[in-house]
Design a protein around this ligand. Structure first.
Ligand code: ATP
Ligand code: MG
Length: 571
């Protein structure tokens, strides 16, 4: 491509709307433009990278034997009513009506549509297993669209759905997708981990996420370098402390704590560190059940995903409001404790349960208790894992300490089971001629998110540093003084033709611009390999090569340009 013919300029200033580096660089380099909140256009340079990501995904899906199809973005409400998700999905689902007042949704995902296809097309176990995939636009009316295409409302997903006659076949199909995903992200040269994930409301058996490691990632991941454990913190198990609870030493005491509501305030007022103060959270109960009390150490953080799986607790988890707390405990928020909670179910986190002589609320305004002991002063509660694991906690596999790192979820594979095939009656005949409801797997990849995640992981203060396989161009040609020097012009034009003929994608900066401008743009755009053609170099019959990550240039004979680039590009 000739840069002189390209109409979109790069931007020097840091756009104020962008909070993370990939978003800033995508705007500055002119890869994307915002149309509305969470809705973006992809400009030509951005599309080139996006298409490369798609090609790698498509190649690996095809290699794994999956079949590409393309489903509509607009889906009739009836299918969603049949699956039950019309009622369940909530405000992330964009609903609309046509001119006949018929209701539709803009698909946030395609389980319903694919299951409808499967029930119409598949009759016999002989047609299974099968895996259908598409690369297609999704719409989710996210509460907080942010970070550009990272968490958008409209985005491109690769979604795949597999159908099986039995669990062994589903497990094999899942394993094949796991391998295909691993190959894709390796080919894109991303630093990623496969982590155990929550299976969510749908249930299902196995689920793993592919997480690209980056400090800006929205997900926290617990990893153990010693035993290989890796799980989303939503799911990572916190083991009960290894040492038994100490014996009570202190008497139970009431302490006046006027206005002390937070753990920090209580800790200061009572003079006991936060890790020996308990916090008690009142959460909504399961439908038509009373609220439930969750008790944690003051320095620990509630894990909503774990808590909402407990019997009697509403899912999704909802913290009770002040009025509900008052009604359930007789006390205003801020002074709640597990002692004297009447009929409420009390779940205590393992670490809270291991404390002796602790501090907690007295269920009375401006009063806390100290020297409290389970068993002695209040009944032993139900033990539960309620907290997020922390850096240094032991790995559930026993190999050593956990480390918490941050990740960007770029893929999610999931053994769904019969959630949709049962609701939509998608069955085939088995070997004996009796109908069996098919088992399903589903496998998503955030295609547009990958481009942002790759930049999050590959950049410096001057701009993007694309991994070669997903760079918009392989090489950038930077001729200096092109408009004045016939020699530079001749060599640059010839090189441009020669490299292109060899299948190398070249961005030719033939603009009438100062060298500083050309270098800055080349670095911002992040093309990995740069060739500089100058009169001075040509006098010695040399060109100058520099990798985007290198700090110095190399001179090499002009005649070896193609060979050198082939080596560096490994092609
Ligand atoms: P998240 O936890 O990030 O909201 P999800 O669990 O809702 O993701 P899935 O339904 O599994 O996501 O979708 C498959 C993939 O689509 C995700 O792994 C992610 O890469 C991508 N994705 C999901 N939501 C968005 C979004 N709002 N913008 C861009 N990509 C997204
Ligand atoms: Mg989501």
């Amino acid at each position: 491509m000739l840069l002189s013919q390209y109409p979109i300029d790069t931007v020097k200033e840091t756009p104020s709307e962008a909070e993370i580096v990939s978003h800033r660089l995508m705007l500055r380099a002119g890869l994307i433009r915002r149309l509305a909140a969470g809705i973006y256009s992809w400009l030509p340079f951005g599309v080139r990278s996006l298409r490369k990501v798609e090609t790698i995904i498509r190649e690996e899906m095809d290699r794994a034997g999956a079949l590409e199809l393309l489903m509509p973005a607009i889906q009739p409400a009836e299918l969603w009513q049949e699956s039950g998700r019309w009622g369940e999905y909530g405000p992330e689902l964009l609903r609309l009506k046509d001119r006949h007042e018929r209701e539709f949704v803009v698909g946030p995902t395609h389980e319903e549509v694919i299951t409808d296809i499967a029930r119409r097309e598949l009759r016999s176990y002989r047609q299974l297993p099968v895996n259908f995939y598409q690369i297609q636009l999704k719409f989710r009316d996210e509460v907080r669209p942010r970070f550009g295409v990272m968490r958008a409302r409209e985005f491109i997903m690769k979604d795949a759905y597999s159908f099986h006659v039995d669990a062994a076949s589903l497990a094999a199909g899942y394993a094949a997708m796991r391998e295909a995903y691993t190959r894709m992200f390796e080919r894109m040269r991303l630093d990623f981990r496969v982590v155990q994930a929550d299976t969510g409301a749908i249930g299902g058996t196995a689920s793993e996420e592919f997480q690209v490691l980056a400090a800006s990632g929205e997900d926290a991941i617990a990893v153990c370098d010693a035993d290989g454990y890796a799980a989303n913190v939503e799911l990572a198990a916190a083991l009960p402390p290894a040492t038994p609870r100490a014996v009570p030493r202190e008497p139970l005491e009431r302490i006046a704590t006027p206005g002390a509501r937070t753990i920090a305030e209580v800790s200061a007022a009572v003079g006991v560190p936060p890790e020996r103060c308990l916090k008690t959270l009142i959460v909504a109960g399961a439908p038509s059940a009373p609220p439930v009390a969750l008790v944690l150490r003051g320095d620990h953080e509630l894990n909503a995903v774990k808590a909402q799986k407990l019997p009697g607790v509403a899912s999704p988890l909802r913290l009770a409001g002040a009025a509900e707390i008052q009604a359930a405990t007789g006390s205003p928020p801020g002074f709640i404790g597990p002692r004297g909670l009447g009929g409420l179910t009390v779940y205590a986190d393992h670490a809270a349960l291991a404390l002796a002589d602790f501090v907690c609320g007295a269920n009375e305004r401006d009063v806390h208790l100290r020297g409290v002991n389970w068993g002695r002063d209040l009944p032993e509660p139900s033990a539960a894992d309620l907290r997020n694991v922390l850096d240094g906690d032991p790995s559930p596999q026993g190999g050593g300490p956990l480390r918490i790192v941050r990740g960007i979820e770029v893929g999610h594979i999931f053994q769904l089971g019969r959630r949709y095939s049962e609701a939509l009656h998608a069955a085939v005949l088995d070997e004996s001629g009796s109908p069996v409801t098919m088992l399903m797997g589903c496998y998503g990849i955030g295609v547009t998110r990958i481009v942002a995640a790759a930049i999050e992981q590959n950049h410096d203060e001057r701009g993007i540093i694309w991994p070669d396989p997903i760079a918009p161009f392989h090489v950038v040609l930077v001729p200096l003084n092109l408009q004045k020097s016939a020699a530079v012009r001749a060599v640059a034009d010839a090189l441009y033709a020669e490299l292109q003929a060899a299948g190398i994608e070249v961005l030719y900066d033939d603009r009438d611009a100062r060298p500083g401008v050309k270098f800055a743009d080349a670095e911002l755009l992040g093309i990995g390999h740069r060739l500089v053609i100058s009169e001075r170099g040509l006098a010695a019959d040399t060109l100058e090569y520099r990798h985007r990550r290198a700090s110095a240039s190399e001179l090499f004979p002009r005649a070896q340009a193609l060979q050198l680039l082939r080596e560096r590009l490994q092609r």
